[in-house]
Design a binder for this molecule. Structure first.
Ligand SMILES: [Zn+2]
Length: 163
């Protein structure tokens, strides 16, 4: 089921998410809704907080990489900063080029059954992991931009929302 997206400046995006403790049907239903919502919005990643659920869950589908379901994810940065144009389904209509993500991470998470999951991600998929882990902590990619660039982007965003 496609769920409504929570968009900036909704304060729910700023609340940290709780770790998942129960790996039950309600978690499976949540993940199915997140995948539907991500696909409907043509996104490559979505965190549960973006549909208003404060649990540490993210889904990602980047290019030819497999669909990933990350429960309670963490990562170690292994690579170097890379330049990237980043956007977010919670700030529709704007994107910004920046050098705030590293190009290689090791991810540790759990799968839908609570089994440990570990993999390495590179490039855009690595950036997506960092972006979704930010959401889980109540952060947005615009927080990493300089104040001047953030204000410029938010002016464009507000102008787009009024249209
Ligand atoms: Zn996002």
């Amino acid at each position: 089921m496609i769920r409504p997206l929570v968009t900036h400046p909704d304060s729910r995006l700023r609340l940290p998410s709780r770790p998942v403790a129960r790996f039950d049907q309600s978690l499976r239903d949540l993940v199915a809704d997140m995948v539907d919502t991500m696909h409907d919005a043509d996104g490559i990643g979505l965190a549960a907080v973006q549909i208003g659920v404060h649990l540490q869950v993210a889904v990602m589908e980047v290019g030819d990489r497999p669909l990933r379901v990350l429960v309670n994810p963490q990562y170690d940065a292994l690579g170097e900063p890379m330049t990237l144009e980043e956007g977010c389904l919670s700030l529709p209509g704007v994107r910004e080029r920046s050098k705030t993500r590293v190009d290689w991470v090791r991810v540790r998470a759990m799968d839908l059954d609570g089994n440990p999951l570990e993999f390495e991600a590179e490039g855009l998929e690595a950036a997506c992991v960092q972006h979704e882990c930010d959401h889980i902590r109540g952060r947005l990619y615009i927080d990493h931009l300089s104040a001047v660039r953030r204000q410029r982007l938010l002016r464009r965003y507000e102008a787009g929302r009024r249209r």
